[in-house]
Design a protein around this ligand. Structure first.
Ligand code: SF4
Length: 229
């Protein structure tokens, strides 16, 4: 565990949790619905993802078998509310093909893989990038892979807590090397970061309302690295 990063990350978590409380993110639904949501949420507001999932549920195709069988164009029409619907339909199909080709259509068999192999297999699937893979691993498979997104980068750059390079792997290592591999902690921490970035540490930050202002580099007027936005 890296000190003082671990202590600082714990302090930030404690303040966010005290300010916002438990976020109760996934799994609110079945693991399969979480996977579908993780793929559909790329570049989309969650409210629109929910509309797409509601369409799939109403069409009674929210299962691996039914989604594999449905025609690509019909699937694209159903996921239309989530945007980029043709690409997202193809990504869902690519995931299902991997699931049936390699695991007989069984999500539990895929999720039984050790974390590094699971991540590797997801990343080898067309349309699944690192953030989506880690969301699936953390929120659907229940394994400790810290999710990095644009909100994480924004908030922590402003706080003055950044890895040496601005790559996904470096950002993830900053968290996973400093924190214990605790699924509940990773789940809640990522949800709290997103809540904070959406409500207070917005593009134009509301620093006077922020629970982190006493420990924030930007709020204290120190020069930033120039990465925050
Ligand atoms: S003090 Fe301002 S910049 Fe710093 S985390 Fe809070 S809202 Fe963001």
């Amino acid at each position: 565990m890296r000190e003082p990063t671990a202590e600082k990350l714990r302090q930030i978590y404690g303040r966010l949790y005290a300010a916002y409380g438990p976020q109760r993110w996934w799994p609110a639904d079945s693991s399969f619905v979480v996977v579908v949501g993780a793929i559909l949420t790329q570049s989309a507001a969650w409210v629109n993802v929910e509309k797409a999932i509601a369409n799939l549920r109403a069409a009674d195709i929210l299962s691996p078998e039914a989604l594999l069988r449905i025609d690509l164009d019909a699937l694209a029409r159903l996921v239309y509310p989530a945007g980029y619907y043709n690409a997202k339909a193809r990504k869902l199909k690519a995931f299902l093909e991997m699931l049936f080709d390699r695991h007989g259509g069984r999500l539990d068999a895929l999720f039984a893989l050790p974390l590094p192999q699971l991540r590797q297999q997801l990343l080898a699937t067309q349309g699944i990038g690192q953030e989506t893979a880690d969301s699936i691993i953390l929120y659907a498979a229940g394994k400790p892979s810290f999710v990095i997104d644009a909100y994480t980068r924004r908030v922590f750059s402003r706080l003055g807590l950044e890895p040496p390079t601005d790559s996904y792997a470096s950002w993830q290592a900053m968290f996973s090397e400093a924190l214990p591999p605790d699924v509940r902690l990773f789940n809640e921490y990522h949800a709290l970061i997103d809540r904070h970035a959406k409500t207070v540490c917005r593009k134009a930050p509301l620093c006077d309302q922020c629970c982190l202002r006493e420990i924030c580099r930007l709020a204290m007027g120190s020069p930033s690295s120039g990465r925050s936005s």
